[in-house]
Write a protein that binds this ligand. Structure first.
Ligand SMILES: *Cc1c(COP(=O)(O)O)cnc(C)c1O
Length: 420
């Protein structure tokens, strides 16, 4: 199989483009909702299961609202993400604050909103205490070190900057309990963009085992374990999505093995996925500006890596559809490029595609997470708009494109006049 399906055709997209100029990111509401329901269903056996959408993946309040209606909270790791959640009406324990190297004002804001604070380091216990005092509910991030397996993207846990050691977890819980904390959670994040469901079963099992040890050894009864994010998406048509039912079922077996017999039931399972929540349901839509023939053939788009950085940054594969040419033979080889003055500004290298013409509409798939969000202004590139294809077929703009005024907003040209 070398294709990916779309929920719109060329005619529909041309209608959209007649109202909203390219480039733009387009999100599919119905698909996001269906996926969210599917996710919740896979863990519905766990009373209190909650997914906290990792806001960094796609920090758009309209999408956050859609997800909130499906019972999702927000996983935030910065002040702007906290404020964005607040503006969406996502507050209190609907927010998980999982940051690292955290500035004091961010802890203060998280505390003001009543968010669940997940500390990244043992020293943050004292740091937080100075700012807000120790909250009633608190969570620690566990780094399993040598004993923990990991994947290519995050790497060896021992080399990772995140989390507490096991000894620090025990010590930390004793300290916060003595200082008045009453509700406890444990967090672990060791995989990113992982398509092997076993990783998540392993994460759950590690957390459950540690929950049992904490209870037996120091009497700490965890209210929740947070398995964090990292569920990958099949960027390439040959890849397969994680089977959520299988993962949910295996985690249930593990829960029944460790948690139920030790009188630790009920324990809530939380997750903080970002990528798999919106990634496959967002597209970068561009128009072909130029075709260039030199030593290789280049297709020049009206977007660039400021709109989607993953291919240039990681050499990541993103599937490309040339609208209206889905059924033509992919008998040409192109580099699909943007306009940045960087030779790595390419969405695809040596990609087999049907013959492309100037003016063709190009859809880049799986841009719904870490797409617009990773945008930047280098080389004077302005960030594009974001559109939503609503469940009823209507298209609305959920973020306008940046303008020159936005770009210059932080400069003072009056001051320049008098600058000697
Ligand atoms: C990035 C991040 C996530 C989400 O990861 P995905 O790969 O998008 O699922 C969750 N939690 C924390 C703390 C993160 O930094």
């Amino acid at each position: 199989m070398n294709s990916k399906s779309l929920s719109f055709d060329k005619q529909k997209l041309e209608e959209v483009v007649s109202k909203f100029p390219t480039p733009f990111h387009l999100y599919d509401e119905a698909a996001i909702i269906a996926n969210a329901k599917h996710f919740n269903r896979a863990f519905s056996w766990n009373e209190g299961f909650k997914e906290y959408f990792a806001v960094k993946a796609t920090p758009n309040p309209f999408l956050m609202k859609i997800l909130q209606r499906e019972g999702f909270g927000s996983d935030c790791s910065s002040l702007p993400e906290l404020v964005l959640s607040e503006k969406c009406g996502i507050t209190g324990e609907e927010i998980m604050f999982s940051s690292n190297d955290t500035p004091p004002e961010e802890f203060a804001k998280a505390s003001e909103l009543g968010a669940i604070i997940n500390l990244d380091d043992f020293s943050h216990i004292a740091f937080l205490e100075q700012i807000t005092g120790i909250p009633e509910i608190i969570s620690f991030r566990y780094n399993p070190g040598k004993t923990g397996t990991s994947n290519l993207y995050i790497g060896n846990p021992e080399e990772a900057k995140y989390g507490f050691t096991k000894e620090q977890i025990f010590e930390g819980f004793k300290i916060v309990r003595d200082k008045g904390a009453k509700r406890f959670g444990l967090h672990m994040f060791i995989a990113s963009n992982e398509l092997d469901g076993q990783f998540f079963v392993y994460t759950a099992e590690t957390l459950f085992q540690l929950a049992v040890e904490l209870y037996r050894e120091i009497g700490i009864r965890l209210e929740f374990v947070n398995m964090s994010g990292g569920i990958g998406i099949p960027y390439h048509p040959d890849q397969k999505a994680v089977n959520l039912e299988y993962v949910g079922e295996k985690i249930r077996e593990s829960y029944e093995k460790y948690i139920t017999p030790d009188d630790l039931h009920p324990m809530k399972i939380f997750m903080e996925c970002g990528r798999m929540v919106t990634g496959p349901y967002g597209y970068l839509v561009s128009k072909v500006l130029h075709i260039k023939n030199i030593y290789k053939k280049y297709v020049g788009l009206d977007s660039c890596m400021a709109n989607l950085m993953r291919p240039a940054l990681y050499g990541a594969y993103h599937h490309i559809t040339v609208m209206g040419k889905e059924n033509l033979p992919a008998d040409q080889t192109y580099d699909v490029t943007g306009s940045l003055c960087e030779n790595n500004d390419k969405f695809a290298i040596d990609r087999k595609l049907p013959k492309i013409d100037v003016g063709d509409l190009i859809v880049i798939h799986d841009a719904g997470a870490h797409g617009h969000a990773m945008g930047f202004n280098y080389n004077g590139k302005l960030r594009s708009s974001e559109l939503l294809l609503k469940s009823d077929g209507e298209i609305i703009e959920i973020r306008r494109a940046e303008t020159l005024e936005d770009y210059f907003a932080t400069l003072d040209f009056e001051k320049l006049q008098s600058f000697q």
